[in-house]
Ligand binder design. Structure first.
Ligand code: ADP
Ligand code: ADP
Length: 225
């Protein structure tokens, strides 16, 4: 089944054409990478997939829904890790997750169980009771993944999840993303680094000047370059 379907997605900012006729189909269980230099239109595409910004033209279906018409349903099922993840800085990692669990309508017992499991999976158990404001970038990214795990998001959309991380933290985070994939999550991530998408993505969409110039497997991409 198709989880994400974008047709002719286009976004103009004044005279800037940020995204120009992007077609994209992502199947359930796929890990797809949006690869391209800064300014190529990856973030704008992601914002349109989530319904956070309205396309100038084109349409999106995500889990069969129109994110502009059914924003709450989409928000409930689609986890989003922006480039700079926002947490309540003075609240602990655990409190941030508990709050999110309450908003999602989870019972206390269910929340506690899921939060403990998610924190363990991302190896934040020891830091769980420190304010999120004291976390390193890698820890913040892991807390973001813990939130997606806890909420059992069906789809995860990750914008430059490894940017600003050292090589070891990058490898750690990619390994965690692979675990989410093995657990059945459909994953779309963006990066300007070939190594990042190459290591975990089933398919890569190469962005350039608002368009997808190539889409295919890592092996097919290697033949192109
Ligand atoms: P990427 O994520 O690949 O770096 P973006 O989607 O952020 O690319 O940007 C694509 C183009 O759109 C760039 O030229 C960028 O400057 C422009 N752009 C992005 N967001 C805005 C905005 N809110 N207002 C004006 N221009 C924008
Ligand atoms: P619900 O829609 O399940 O009632 P909310 O949409 O209010 O809950 O979200 C609760 C918290 O979960 C938010 O504070 C936010 O941190 C996080 N969240 C919700 N939707 C997303 C999403 N699509 N991507 C990332 N985080 C999300």
């Amino acid at each position: 089944t198709t989880v994400i379907e974008a047709r002719g997605l286009t976004k103009h900012y004044g005279t800037t054409v940020a995204v120009n006729g992007v077609d994209l189909s992502v199947a359930a269980g796929e890990v797809i990478g949006l690869l391209g230099p800064n300014g190529a239109g990856k973030t704008t595409t992601i914002l349109m997939l989530l319904g956070l910004t309205e396309p100038t033209a084109g349409s999106v279906r995500i889990l069969g829904k129109d994110p502009l018409r059914q924003p709450l349903e989409v928000k409930r099922e689609v986890g989003y890790l922006p480039d700079a993840v926002g947490f309540y800085e003075t609240m602990t990692g655990r409190e941030n997750l508990s709050y999110s669990a309450r908003l999602a309508g989870m019972s206390r017992d269910q929340a506690r169980e899921r939060i403990d499991a998610a924190l363990a999976k991302v190896r934040l158990t020891a830091a769980a009771d420190r304010p999120a404001g004291t976390y390193s970038r890698g820890m913040r990214q892991r807390l973001g993944l813990a939130e997606l795990l806890m909420r059992e998001s069906k789809v995860a959309i990750l914008d430059e999840p490894t940017s600003g991380l050292d090589p070891q933290s990058t490898q750690d985070l990619l390994a965690l993303i692979e675990q989410l994939s093995r657990a059945g999550m459909t994953i779309l991530l963006s990066s300007h680094m070939l190594d990042v998408v190459q290591s975990i993505c089933h398919r890569i969409a190469l962005f350039s000047k608002g368009r997808i110039g190539f889409i295919g497997t890592v092996e097919d991409l290697a033949k192109q370059i």
